[in-house]
Design a binder for this molecule. Structure first.
Ligand code: NAD
Ligand code: IPM
Ligand code: MN
Length: 360
């Protein structure tokens, strides 16, 4: 029996994760895979119920599951709270508590959506990028941090810090991923200014010696942001620290047409967590407008990386391709003049395509 911890979260989280859950349940049924999905609270929903963005029961649920599926957290109603009392802290504590140091964010092009990208089709048609983002270190977790008062002026401070072990383990993930792809790693840093990332560059270079079949390139983050738009097809694996990867993966999502298409897997030595890269989209929450495909594609990553069900991961991706072939579009991926459907209908279309594929 596989146990899945299910955290819908806030904003569009419950809508997109309901669609993804239905896909997962359909797979469990069609594959006759015994599965128990247990729901828990994280983020603003947990703050409202328990005054804690990650109640102990939720952490325990995640720790005892085979995999975690998460929607998204956050929203304006919690923005004024002190840092530890924000929904985002629940997500960060979950990542840290499960030691999910490797965040894989594939930005791949669905040819049906070439027209949805803000870039010209010839620039994006050959794009296939895997962002490998370190997820449990960097300025997100470094101490000291805070806001204090110095000489009568308020001062905010954070600490960007990585030790070589943290860099080494994420670098190995990137090189191994590259070996199964086009054998190129571009490591992103700001080694011309920041000591933390100077060490990053040194350690990544050391690790690269163990992978002579993979070409390593270093790029400053400002240039990488520019190159992602100028010539995105040059990238294979993009290896980044926590903050640069957060920013560059949102940027990379636009190559595919929408942030609503980018799935992710967060991996460590144990169970994995699966979530779209986007947030809770408060501007469209509760309106049946959000694109659930990023979360549905995250379920495919769960089947591949945590449940050893490669074939069903492929089938979900095939089903997504089919609904796009059939012209189903949520608003974010629709071109002018194309008919638009809602979150629920998109989820149902994927389930129908899965069932049709299994019956064939
Ligand atoms: P966001 O990703 O929520 O939204 C940015 C824009 O993209 C919005 O216009 C939104 O409508 C659109 N968008 C996002 N997902 C979409 C989808 N599936 N379909 C269609 N459109 C989609 O980022 P934001 O507005 O900067 O943040 C909103 C809240 O989400 C904040 O509280 C933030 O902290 C939180 N957040 C959470 C996560 C997470 O849970 N992993 C990630 C990012 C942001
Ligand atoms: C993401 C989000 C999170 C991050 C926030 C909500 C903590 O932006 O998953 O990309 O910065 O990692
Ligand atoms: Mn982000």
């Amino acid at each position: 029996m596989k146990k899945i911890a299910f955290f819908p979260g806030d904003g569009i989280g419950p809508e997109i994760s309901a669609a993804a859950r239905a896909v997962l349940e359909t797979v469990a049924e069609l594959a006759a895979m015994p599965m128990q999905i247990e729901e828990g609270l994280v983020g603003g929903a947990a703050l409202d119920a328990h005054d804690d963005p990650l109640p102990e029961a939720s952490l325990q649920l995640a720790k005892t599951a085979d995999a975690v599926l998460l929607g998204a957290v956050g929203g304006p109603q919690w923005d004024a709270r002190p840092p530890a009392q924000r929904p985002e802290q629940g997500l960060l504590r979950l990542r840290k508590g499960l030691d999910l140091y490797a965040n894989l964010r594939p930005a791949q092009i669905f040819p049906q959506l070439l027209a949805a990208s803000p870039l010209r089709p010839e620039l994006v048609q050959d794009v296939d990028i895997l962002v490998v983002r370190e997820l449990t270190g960097d300025i997100y977790f470094g101490q000291p941090r805070g806001i204090d008062v110095v000489d009568g002026k308020r001062r905010g401070f954070n600490t960007m810090v990585y030790d070589e072990g943290e860099i080494r383990r994420i670098a190995h993930i990137a090189f191994r991923a590259a070996q199964g792809r086009r054998r190129k790693v571009c490591s992103v840093d700001k080694a011309n200014v920041l000591e933390t990332t100077r060490l990053w560059r040194e350690v990544v270079t050391e690790v690269a010696r163990e992978y002579p079949d993979v070409a390593l390139e270093h790029m400053y983050v400002d240039n990488a942001a520019m190159q992602l738009i100028r010539y995105p097809a040059q990238f294979d694996v993009l290896l980044t620290g926590n903050m640069f990867g957060d920013i560059l993966s949102d940027e990379a999502s636009q190559l595919t047409g929408s942030i609503g298409m980018l799935a992710s897997a967060s991996l460590g030595e144990g169970r994995g967590m699966y979530e779209p890269i986007h947030g809770s989209a408060p501007d469209i929450a509760g309106q049946d407008k959000a694109n659930p495909l990023a979360t549905i594609l995250s379920v495919a990553m769960m089947l591949r990386h945590s449940l050893q069900q490669e074939e069903w991961a492929d089938r979900i991706e095939t089903a997504v391709n089919q609904v796009l072939d059939q012209g189903y579009r949520t608003a974010d991926i629709a071109s002018p003049g194309e008919a638009v459907i809602g979150t629920r209908s998109m989820g149902e279309a994927v389930v129908a395509a899965l069932r049709a594929g299994a019956a064939a």
